[in-house]
Design a protein around this ligand. Structure first.
Ligand code: C2E
Ligand code: MG
Ligand code: MG
Ligand code: MG
Length: 290
């Protein structure tokens, strides 16, 4: 249509026409950005925790920290929206440090050896100060770096491979593991995997949703799982929702699972409760077999 054609081909230095929809999206984006700038982030940001389960032992081995923003004006805003906005506004460092502080405080209270998986964005790695701030927060928390995992997307890792490597080295030296997140949605250069400083690989949930219907998806996942096992990289499958999907993923050789099938991301109290019940359950199993 004309508006689209016009904005696509005549936007440079010319007035641009938008459809009503397009206009409201831009206004919504502006409003969200303004709320983010004005927000009391200490108060409005929360962390939810999603279990990562080892199907061999039935135990929750890890929890992924996922950011939640509850704004008095906007209500809950998805991290898929506000994280990129915070990056563009140049304020992601503030969010990352607040989230890290909160997540480590909660994880330090766990009585299990469950690891904490924490997402970092490209700007976090590119920033001259953020890595130092994170290091200080980790040290102050008393939480063992050996129980910490940084999740970094393929795209982030590839944008500046040398820089990512350099920034991550001191953390890896302390025992922090690196997980390649959303694997299969970015460049997916298999050749790069062996050069990357990674300990874990998280297969994106896009593959899981196609698993039942498409043989090609099963073949691809099976190949990735095999590759990981040859390279001694731990493989986690994200987005398992049904029992059928769980069976297929296990059949393909992967036993580290994250998804709604086990649990959605949980607020602090419910996450603590989940861990408690999970520990009790596996201890009972252990008593039965021993
Ligand atoms: P991600 O790191 O890949 O996190 C997994 C996302 O998949 C989460 O969405 C989770 O709720 C969702 N998910 C997990 N299992 C299932 C399932 O079985 N079915 C479906 N439909 N979804 C599932 P969420 O919490 O909305 O986060 C979206 C993205 O926002 C994250 O993707 C991550 O890239 C980013 N993000 C979240 N928290 C942070 C953070 O603290 N820092 C940074 N830099 N990024 C974050
Ligand atoms: Mg993640
Ligand atoms: Mg992911
Ligand atoms: Mg994702």
């Amino acid at each position: 249509d004309y508006a689209l054609y016009h904005s696509k081909f005549h936007s440079k230095g010319h007035p641009v026409l938008f459809s009503k929809e397009h206009e409201s999206t831009i206004l919504g984006q502006r409003k969200m950005e303004q709320c983010l700038i004005d927000a009391n982030l200490e108060e409005e940001l929360q962390v939810h925790y999603q279990p990562i389960v080892d199907t061999h032992s039935g135990r929750t081995v890890g929890m992924e920290a996922l950011a939640r923003w509850n704004n008095p004006q906007l209500g809950f805003v998805s991290p898929a929206q506000f994280i990129p906005a915070a990056e563009n506004l140049g304020i992601i460092s503030k969010l990352t440090t607040i989230l890290m502080e909160k997540a480590l405080k909660v994880a330090s209270s766990w009585t299990t050896d469950t690891y904490l998986s924490f997402n970092l964005s490209a700007s976090d790695l590119a920033s001259p100060e953020t890595p130092l701030k994170l290091m200080a927060i980790i040290m102050r928390s008393g939480f063992s770096p050996k129980r910490l995992v940084f999740e970094i997307t393929e795209t982030t890792m590839m944008v500046n491979f040398e820089r990512a490597n350099e920034v991550l080295r001191p953390f890896r030296d302390l025992g922090v593991e690196i997980a390649l997140d959303d694997f299969g949605t970015g460049y997916s250069s298999l050749g790069y995997i062996q050069k990357m400083p990674i300990d874990r690989l998280k297969i994106d949930r896009a593959f899981v949703s196609d698993l039942e219907a498409k043989k090609i998806s099963r073949d691809i996942m099976g190949t990735i799982v095999d590759l990981c096992s040859h390279l001694e990289i731990k493989c986690i499958v994200e987005g398992v929702e049904t029992h059928k999907q769980l069976e297929l993923v296990q059949l393909l050789g992967c036993h580290l699972i994250q998804g709604y099938y086990y649990s959605k991301p949980l607020p602090t109290d419910e996450a603590n409760e989940f861990l408690k019940q999970n520990t009790n359950a596996s201890m009972n199993d252990w008593q039965l077999v021993s």
